[in-house]
Design a protein around this ligand. Structure first.
Ligand code: NG6
Ligand code: CA
Length: 522
């Protein structure tokens, strides 16, 4: 018995010591409370439609983004960082679940009444972090659905962020251009007046309510395509809404509102490990800078709201700093998809763009299978822990799940998520070897420097937004190392590479394009 105990102690003690040492090792740069190592805070700053070239650190010169540039120059600036999709809902779904969006057939651009995309039993980053003692919060754009299909906006709205792992949520349901145009805090519409209940419908208008289509004289911003339904604050939106007057947001105050909520969350939770998903609404349409920023960029409202977003990021970082949290917080900054100028309103985005290149020389933009659709600014910053560098490693937002799990010793359960923690921390340059790219339910494949886009029917270009979509009746094959702007299609001249790429693609994606042997490769 006694001998047994000694034997067990001999086995267990070194393990315990080892765990203790490795724990201390891991957190040696972190804030210590009463000598107890704490886990680092994690903040994801996520912009909406910010393009690869919209940031100074990524080459913008006309547009000034000093705060994002500071994160880039003090952290790892990724040049091959990807959103999971070229539109919002699928990217956001994939970010939180670590699962490719094409695995979920509902993961498309959602209306404001669409049900929640995440299944009850599905692992998410905030759920995983909660198991490791984190307090979790989201402030900003949600857009991955709410409820089960029949939302009553006048009662508690669920399931939503709280049900998939967020302790605190202050969100807009979908997009700034979609109804309902109200904030929702932990499932409740903020400032809801029960005598003026909210009704939302995406098919039929409510009798007597004005619309952008029928009442253009009521608009302060005119719609260009889509966006001709209910008028709220002089802007017509997608979808119909009635009631809830007191609860409606003021578009020009949205940036300040989200910033204050994000700052408040940090102040409230600063003494515990926290995770904050700060999802800014800029520069998505409608672009409504606060008057402090109107005209600030010289590029019209699109530029102005990027300047505004940059300012918000600077203010947010000051909050971390003033509470002594900078050295104990990993900040990840990225965007949900690539850039678009005219996305449905006459807001001078095209006219005032000047020589600014939102896509930073990449082909395509939002909605596109070409690089600008999904390759976005991607920065990791951790004062005192991450050495400044530029990384060409391929990383996807899908990989945040496994990488953050690795950081906090949590369980990595995102089915497509790779643990690239060392890459994100700038100590390894071994990124992904392959990645499925997605744009509006079409997929393509990147492996090494090569991108293969299978044939797709449909227009080559979306004329409304003036963006090449990547559709072509033939296979496309590009070498990004020698041809970053994707101008030379090598599908014919490199049949072996095409064949290998297609086989690898079909292995992940499922055989969709017929048996490889039957392909006519000349
Ligand atoms: C499109 C909208 C566009 C934008 C987009 C979603 C029209 C014609 N266009 O359907 O304006 O709202 O959806 O953008 O209505 S995203 O960044 O949230 O994916
Ligand atoms: Ca978006």
């Amino acid at each position: 018995m006694h001998a047994n105990k000694i034997f067990t102690a001999c086995l267990v003690l070194p393990v315990v010591l080892c765990l203790f040492v490795s724990c201390g090792e891991k957190t040696k740069n972190n804030t210590q409370t009463d000598g107890v190592p704490t886990k680092p805070n994690i903040v994801i700053i996520y912009l909406d439609d910010l393009g690869y070239g919209d940031v100074g650190a990524y080459g913008a010169t006309q547009l000034k983004t000093p705060n994002m540039d500071r994160l880039a120059s003090g952290g790892v600036r990724f040049t091959n960082g990807y959103a999971a999709s070229a539109t919002c809902s699928p990217s956001r779904y994939a970010l939180l679940t670590g699962s490719y969006p094409w695995r979920n057939e509902r993961a498309k651009i959602l209306s404001g009444t669409a049900p929640l995309l995440i299944r009850d039993d599905q692992p998410t980053i905030p759920k995983m972090l909660k198991t490791q003692g984190y307090t979790t919060g989201i402030v900003g754009k949600w857009h991955i659905g709410l409820g089960n299909g029949q939302v009553d906006w006048n009662k508690r709205i669920a399931p939503g962020p709280n049900e998939v792992g967020f302790d605190y949520a202050y969100i807009m349901a979908a997009t700034q251009d979609r109804v309902p145009t109200v904030y929702i805090e932990n499932g409740h519409v903020v400032r809801l007046d029960p005598t003026d209940p909210i009704q939302v419908d995406y098919k039929n208008n409510f009798p007597g309510e004005p619309t952008g289509k029928l009442n253009p004289e009521m608009l302060k911003t005119k719609w260009h395509h889509g966006h001709f339904h209910s008028i709220i604050n002089g802007i017509s939106r997608i979808g119909y809404m009635k009631g809830g007057d007191e609860a409606k947001w003021v578009d020009e105050n949205m940036a300040d509102t989200f910033l204050v909520k994000a700052q408040d969350f940090v102040k409230r939770k600063k003494s515990e490990p926290f995770f904050l998903y700060y999802a800014l609404q800029q520069p998505h349409v409608p672009r409504t800078p606060h008057q402090r920023f109107a005209g600030s960029s010289g590029l019209g409202p699109r530029g102005d709201v990027i300047v505004e977003a940059d300012w918000c990021i600077g203010e947010f970082m000051k909050t971390l700093e003033s509470h002594g949290l900078l050295e104990n917080t990993l900040v990840v900054l990225s965007s949900d998809n690539g850039p678009v100028l005219n996305d449905g309103y006459y807001d001078e985005a095209v006219e005032k763009n000047g020589s600014h290149t939102p896509a930073g020389g990449l082909r395509g933009g939002k909605y596109s299978l070409f690089e600008a659709g999904t390759r976005v600014p991607f920065i990791t910053y951790w004062s005192g822990k991450i050495e400044p560098s530029t990384s060409d490693a391929v990383v996807s937002q899908i990989d945040l799940f496994s990488s953050l799990a690795s950081l906090v010793n949590g369980e990595s359960a995102g089915e497509d998520s790779q643990n690239l923690l060392d890459v994100l921390l700038g100590v390894s340059s071994q990124g992904r070897e392959e990645l499925i790219l997605e744009a509006t339910s079409r997929t393509a494949y990147r492996q090494g420097d090569w991108v293969m886009i299978p044939p797709y029917a449909g227009p080559a270009k979306n004329e409304h937004v003036n963006i090449e979509l990547g559709n072509d009746p033939d296979f496309q094959l590009y070498n990004l190392a020698s041809d970053l702007p994707q101008q030379a299609n090598l599908a014919i001249s490199e049949p072996e590479i095409l064949k290998e790429m297609l086989a690898a693609f079909e292995k992940i994606r499922g055989a969709q394009y017929g048996k490889i042997e039957q392909l006519q490769l000349e």
